[in-house]
Write a protein that binds this ligand. Structure first.
Ligand SMILES: Cc1cc2nc3c(=O)[nH]c(=O)nc-3n(C[C@H](O)[C@H](O)[C@H](O)COP(=O)(O)OP(=O)(O)OC[C@H]3O[C@@H](n4cnc5c(N)ncnc54)[C@H](O)[C@@H]3O)c2cc1C
Length: 344
């Protein structure tokens, strides 16, 4: 069902015509919503005012709000019965169109000040909540510091989706088949959150609780994700099996592999699309340590099979297929890392 909701573009009616969802088109007076100052979301003495057109559209009726600061966004979320952050809308809007999710207020963070940064330093890359996937994909400094970002983003959807979709939105959405949550776990990323009680940070494994389920509390917003720089001597491989280029992975693997003297010294291996959350493959991490190209693949395959014993069945693949896929991806990643020019 998850992938089914991406099958048709958002905003297109069953009869093939384009409809404009409530709140993202024109105001009742015909003025485009993006015109003027703070349209659709005005902090006045009486609180928030929202526009609502009430015309029949695919999603259930909702209110729309476009705050200018993080504090206003949190306040708006707190004020709503079921408020949701709108980032790139590439997952949320299709889900609303299919009425798979109940939203009373959309809080559009696209214009919130200070959230669009992609800051690269010696210690890693910090991606703000409204930075798009395309922007990060095309950032050479970010790709040098955290090669996994570019490697993962190349697998995410298509150009049009990456032009709107955000890195933080993908993390917050917590799709078990998504690449970026797995990269976050593999690299030890830290997620920055703002909410009614102020700011806090969480490590990626603490953040992902289940399929489409995170440790975010009510009215909390992911403000940034910090990906630590790849350790010297490591090679990052993001690989997956999907039915078509741009589809979600049937099964995938993020590998951060340390190579030394023609053998693997250590690795962080995180599977995605096989369980409810991106999870480290601990047996495989042990088995790959000391592994070299002339060692039998069987050692890695058996360890990966052990780690993915709880893989799930669905309409896209059987659990058996997912286990086999992860094992094959692991062998491929190990060989690629050992042959990589980046390997010392
Ligand atoms: C055809 C298609 C193919 C795709 N293929 C892939 C793929 O191969 N791999 C992949 O990983 N993704 C894929 N996606 C999803 C895409 O990457 C989305 O952009 C991403 O999952 C969500 O990012 P977004 O910015 O669009 O978030 P939105 O759709 O705006 O939001 C998604 C959810 O996260 C919440 N949210 C967003 N930002 C925040 C925040 N800052 N704080 C708190 N909550 C937040 C929203 O409230 C909502 O619940 C695909 C999408 C489509 C339509």
């Amino acid at each position: 069902m998850r992938r089914g909701r991406h099958d048709r573009p958002a905003g297109r009616s069953d009869r093939g015509g384009l409809r404009r969802p409530v709140g993202v088109g024109r105001r009742p007076d015909g003025v485009p919503r993006h015109a003027g100052r703070g349209p659709g979301c005005v902090a006045g003495r009486g609180g928030w005012r929202f526009h609502r057109l009430g015309q029949p559209v695919k999603p259930a009726p909702f209110h729309y709000c476009r705050p200018a600061t993080v504090a206003e966004a949190v306040e708006a979320l707190e004020s709503a019965e079921s408020g949701r952050v709108l980032a790139g809308g590439q997952s949320l809007i299709p889900a609303m169109n299919f009425r798979l999710t109940d939203v009373s207020l959309l809080v559009d963070i696209g214009r919130v000040a200070g959230l669009d940064g992609v800051d690269t330093g010696e210690d890693g890359v910090t991606v703000g909540a409204s930075a798009t996937q395309s922007r990060v994909l095309n950032d050479d400094a970010a790709a040098r510091a955290v090669p996994g970002l570019r490697a993962a983003l190349r697998h995410v959807g298509h150009l049009q989706i990456r032009n709107r979709g955000t890195v933080c939105g993908s993390i917050a959405h917590a799709d078990p088949a998504a690449e970026l949550p797995a990269l976050a776990v593999a690299t030890g990323a830290v997620i920055g959150v703002a909410g009614p009680d102020g700011h806090r940070t969480m490590t990626a494994p603490d953040f992902f609780l289940g399929p489409f389920w995170t440790a975010l509390e009510d009215a909390e917003i992911v403000t940034e994700v910090r990906f630590p720089a790849a350790p010297a001597g490591s090679v990052t491989v993001v690989d997956e099996i999907s039915r078509r280029a741009g589809d979600f992975a049937v099964a995938g693997l993020v590998s951060v592999i340390h190579v030394d003297g023609g053998a693997v010294r250590s690795a962080r291996l995180v599977g995605f699309g096989v369980g409810g959350v991106p999870a480290r493959l601990e047996s495989a991490e042990a088995a790959i340590s000391g592994w070299a190209s002339d060692h039998p693949d069987r050692e890695l395959i058996e360890a990966a099979a052990h780690d993915t014993a709880d893989a799930f069945d669905d309409i896209h693949a059987t659990a058996w297929y997912r286990r086999e896929a992860v094992a094959a991806l692991l062998v491929r990643a190990a060989r690629r890392a050992l042959a990589s020019p980046e390997a010392p």
